[in-house]
Design a protein around this ligand. Sequence first.
Ligand SMILES: Cc1cc2nc3c(=O)[nH]c(=O)nc-3n(C[C@H](O)[C@H](O)[C@H](O)COP(=O)(O)OP(=O)(O)OC[C@H]3O[C@@H](n4cnc5c(N)ncnc54)[C@H](O)[C@@H]3O)c2cc1C
Length: 496
Amino acid sequence: MANERWCCRVCGYIHLGESLPDCCPVCGAKADLFEPSAPLSNPAGSVPGRWRCINCDFIHDGEVPPACCTVCGAGKEQFEPVAEQEKDSGKATMTGDIVVIGGGIAGLSAAEAARRIAPDASITLVCQEDDLPYYRLNLTRYLAGEITASDLPVHPESWYAEQRITMLNGAEVTTIDRSARLVAFKSHPAQSYDRLVLAMGAHPSIPPLPGAELENVATLRTCRDAEMILQQSRPGAGCVIIGGGVLGLEAAAALARRDVRVTLVEGVDWLLPRQLNRAVGERLAAVARGLGINLVCGARIRELAGMQAVQGVVLESGETIPADLVIIAAGVRSNSYLARMAGLDVNNGVVVDQHLRTSDPGIFAAGDLSEHQGTLYGTWAPAQYQGTIAGMNAAGGDAVFGGIPRSNSIKVLGVDLFSIGLVHPDDASYLVFEDDGDTFQQFVFRDSHLVGAVLLGDISLAAAVKKLMETNASCAELLAGASDAREIRAGIAGMV
Ligand SMILES: Cc1cc2nc3c(=O)[nH]c(=O)nc-3n(C[C@H](O)[C@H](O)[C@H](O)COP(=O)(O)OP(=O)(O)OC[C@H]3O[C@@H](n4cnc5c(N)ncnc54)[C@H](O)[C@@H]3O)c2cc1C
């Protein structure tokens, strides 16, 4: 039976099947956000099955280019076939031991990429978690009951054997001995390596609040965290979520769906303060309230109260919000401890160069753990992309990571949201167009160039906006002919 190809316009996931999926297993986008993805032929001289995004250099493996780039969102017309000699230059002859520490998406992508270009290398992927690598970004959908635990793994167990990747679960690395090229574990025999990839990700940041050590105070990073939260989430229970970022909001919406009485406390006056201006943040607040989430914005927390288990959250105002469960969603910190102890250069994350090499030429780093040109990305697609590059280079390749523009293309509280660049223009030198209709759009220009945008509700223009910003294209003509955000929107669609 012939399979059709359908591409998710939000994250680039390709679905093979006779009909559309109900929703995207990666990002949760509904079926109407999928589009058919027609097979294309490769020009002579190119390698069947490899495509490069001319925007960000992301390499996509598949018979056809993706409908949009997983990393930068560029459309399929922005992909070119990888030339024959490039594939050859990516073929490594590495036959030694590659050890990857961390079974998140960065580590998994590194192991996969290393295997692709070094068929004879020995590859070991080690992870302190007991689970096979899984879609961490889908833990909130798991909390909401939209998917089950069996939907979380990225690959079945058999895949690791097929790829000849040795997967060591429940294996916590305790030290890296660079002179002996050995990694030591808490409860496994030490393992030697020729090349090492660090992909230990990040851990939730916990503010120094009195009471943070009480029982039923949780964070959400792993499957185990999600299971613990689910155990406490009976209908009618009170849950306070600390932090009005994406993770806090998504966790709040998930638990509200389970009839938990959810209160979300945010220190700034509006939601998603890092990505949104006040107007859009307040619009999102109305959506949150409509889902039954009680919002307390602009509030500081004094302490978490309780004897053994948490019973409430005390605000600076003196008000106490009763709670059977508190979830702290206050950002993450790079797991750079092992690297620091091993003497590698570490700033806020493990410092890497454009080949994602650390200060030790035999050790690479990728994902939430790494810092590239001062940037810690902290999101899924860059971790996957960096992992692929670090894995290729660990296996003897020569791939370059040039950095990617920081943007957010997410679904929050069921609403599509895209933000990029400057969203809080702070003086009159910026030209701002806003349209607060059925959907919200904001475009920020400076000196005839687009320098920031927010799209809420309809993000179909996201790739075009990104491209305009990345290429630093002049928008002088567009600005001369447009007087409001709707015209700007139409103009941008026409320019790209
Ligand atoms: C609930 C949730 C929702 C999210 N939603 C989104 C989203 O919608 N969009 C988005 O772009 N991003 C989202 N993210 C962020 C995204 O999931 C991360 O950016 C991404 O998973 C980072 O991947 P990574 O491989 O670098 O690190 P991680 O996924 O953290 O993996 C690191 C792995 O290394 C292991 N490890 C750590 N130390 C050791 C050690 N000493 N020995 C052995 N193993 C070790 C860890 O246990 C972990 O398994 C979300 C994150 C969470 C938690």
